[in-house]
Each structure stands twice: as structure tokens, then as C-alpha cells.
Design a protein around this ligand. Structure first.
Ligand SMILES: O=c1ccn([C@@H]2O[C@H](COP(=O)(O)O)[C@@H](O)[C@H]2O)c(=O)[nH]1
Length: 281
């Protein structure tokens, strides 16, 4: 593996140090859950996310907008505007576009252009099910982060990801982690998604991938255990390192009233502090 740090990888290392936080705030703006005053407003989704970003920016290492919530509400223009706002206002905080694309190479080229050129994201989540040629087009965008689904946080993730791969006898998610770390990551752009709802599996993945950054969703609304997650996902010998631990709904919808941004800040602060404390256990 090329150990040189560049682009997203370097940005996240710097953000971990300067922000002293493992918390990634996710933007999953559901129109039905927006505060009354913002519902139906032309730029309501953007305004909602911007206020949450401004209220939490000093508490996080990165932000993660979820593409589906914007697309479902025909709000792609607001997503572009949000990422533009985040990049210009908080240039030290990487933005991960969570779109989990996966397709043949020629189409993947278009998805990569969408994430990195249209939206200007620093990293994108990708589904590896179609193999390396479906991931390569993202890696051609030098320095951009490519975050591959490995062991997802949902219960049904076990349906396929836990199946033993016959020739190696290990589950698919570990086989994937090994391929990603040992064969696919020549440029050092790859990270993996592992769910906080499966801490034992996080530890197994960490043992394979060395210092590779891990994006870990599943605390907060999905109930993942913060302490177990931090213990499992830390780089060996560097407790509390190497992880972007995402929480979306628990922070976004801490209040449905006009105090939503302050309420989001309170939850984000408690979460950031719990993540910090877990690193010292
Ligand atoms: O395995 C995965 C991969 C991605 N996600 C995404 O993370 C957030 C989690 O939101 P919460 O509200 O904190 O549960 C959401 O955007 C998912 O699409 C995931 O949960 N699990």
C-alpha cells in the first residue's frame, strides 16, 4: 500500500488532530421532520443543514450528507449549495457524499464525476459488489477518498456479508477488507465502512487494514455502543484514532422546534465527549 497521505486522507488526519474529535455529523434531512418554519420553504433543506453545520462545526472531524434524502425531495441543487457552503466556510472539514454507488466502469466514471466534480465532495461511499473495475474510476480522481462498504450497520448486512467465502473460509466482509487493503489501495485513497452495531466485526476489520480510516455509522438512532465501537475501531496502540464515527438522526432531530440547532449542538457535544472519553477507557 502507498502510505503517502494526500487529499482526503491527509485532510481527515489534520481534522482529527485540529478538532480532537471522532464525530461525523450526517445530514439526512427528511422534509417531514424539518421544523415547521422551514417546511415548504424553497431553500428549507439547505437552511436546516446549514444551521446544524454552523452549530456543530467545532465539534466534528467531518460532515456526511446522505444523497438519498436530497434526491428524493428533488433537492439536488440544495445539496450542491450545502457542500459548496461547507467547503468554503469550513475548508478544514472534509465532506463525505454518502451515495453508495456501484456500477460498471463506464457508468462509475459518471458517478465519480457527479460526486467529485458536480458536488465537490472530498470522499464518496461506494458499493464494492461489482468488483474492482467498478471502483477504479473513483480512484482516478487523485486524492479523493473512496469509502467502500465492508460490514454495514443494518441487520440484513449479515445476509451476504457474513457468508463464508469458500476458497478462503472467511466471511465476505473480511475477504473484502483484505482485498481493499492489500490489492486495491495502491494510491492510499481507500477507507472502509463498518457498522457500530457490530463491534466485534469492527475489531476484525481493523486487525486486517492497519491504519486505514474507518467510517463508522450506527451510533445514535441505531443504538451502537460508543465505548465498544471506539475500543474496536482504534488503530492498535493509538486508542481513539482512525475513525469517523457518524451520527445523523439523533443530532438532526434533537428538537423539532425553533431551537433545533442548539439542541443538535447539545447532542453533538455529548456524543463528541462520549467518544473522547471512550478513548481513555
Ligand atoms: O452501514 C451503513 C452505511 C451507511 N449508513 C448511513 O449512515 C447514516 C446513519 O444515520 P443515523 O440516523 O445515525 O442512523 C445514514 O445516512 C445511513 O444511510 C448506515 O447507517 N449504515
Amino acid at each position: 500500500m502507498n502510505t503517502k497521505t494526500n487529499g482526503f486522507n491527509q485532510q481527515i488526519q489534520l481534522a482529527w488532530t485540529s478538532q480532537d474529535s471522532l464525530l461525523c455529523v450526517g445530514f439526512d434531512p427528511d422534509s417531514k421532520r424539518l421544523p415547521q418554519a422551514l417546511q415548504g420553504k424553497p431553500d428549507g433543506i439547505f437552511e436546516f443543514c446549514r444551521e446544524i453545520a454552523d452549530a456543530t462545526a467545532d465539534l466534528v472531524c467531518c460532515f456526511k450528507p446522505q444523497f438519498a434524502y436530497f434526491a428524493a425531495q428533488r433537492a439536488e441543487a440544495q445539496l450542491e449549495k450545502l457542500i459548496g457552503y461547507l467547503k468554503s466556510t469550513y475548508p478544514h472539514l472534509p465532506v463525505i457524499l454518502d451515495s453508495k454507488r456501484g456500477d460498471i466502469g463506464s457508468t462509475a466514471e459518471q458517478y465519480a464525476a457527479e460526486a467529485f466534480e458536480r458536488y465537490g465532495a472530498d470522499a464518496v461511499t461506494v458499493n464494492p459488489y461489482m468488483g474492482f473495475d467498478s471502483i477504479e474510476p473513483y480512484l482516478k480522481h487523485q486524492g479523493k477518498g473512496v469509502i467502500i462498504l465492508c460490514r454495514t450497520s443494518n441487520p440484513g448486512g449479515s445476509d451476504l456479508q457474513s457468508l463464508n467465502v469458500s476458497h478462503s473460509g472467511e466471511p465476505l466482509y473480511l475477504h473484502l477488507a483484505r482485498m481493499a487493503a492489500q490489492q486495491w489501495n495502491a494510491t492510499g485513497q481507500i477507507s472502509l465502512v463498518v457498522g457500530a452495531t457490530f463491534p466485534e466485526e469492527i475489531a476484525q476489520v481493523r486487525a486486517i487494514v492497519g491504519e486505514m480510516p474507518l467510517l463508522i455509522p450506527g451510533i445514535g438512532a441505531q443504538g451502537g455502543d460508543i465505548e465498544a465501537t471506539v475500543q474496536a475501531g482504534s488503530i492498535p496502540g493509538k486508542q481513539g484514532s482512525g475513525m469517523m464515527i457518524n451520527s445523523s438522526r439523533a443530532i438532526l432531530y434533537a428538537s423539532s422546534g425553533s431551537d433545533f440547532a442548539q439542541a443538535a449542538r447539545k447532542v453533538a457535544q455529548v456524543t463528541r465527549d462520549q467518544l473522547r472519553a471512550a478513548a481513555f477507557k
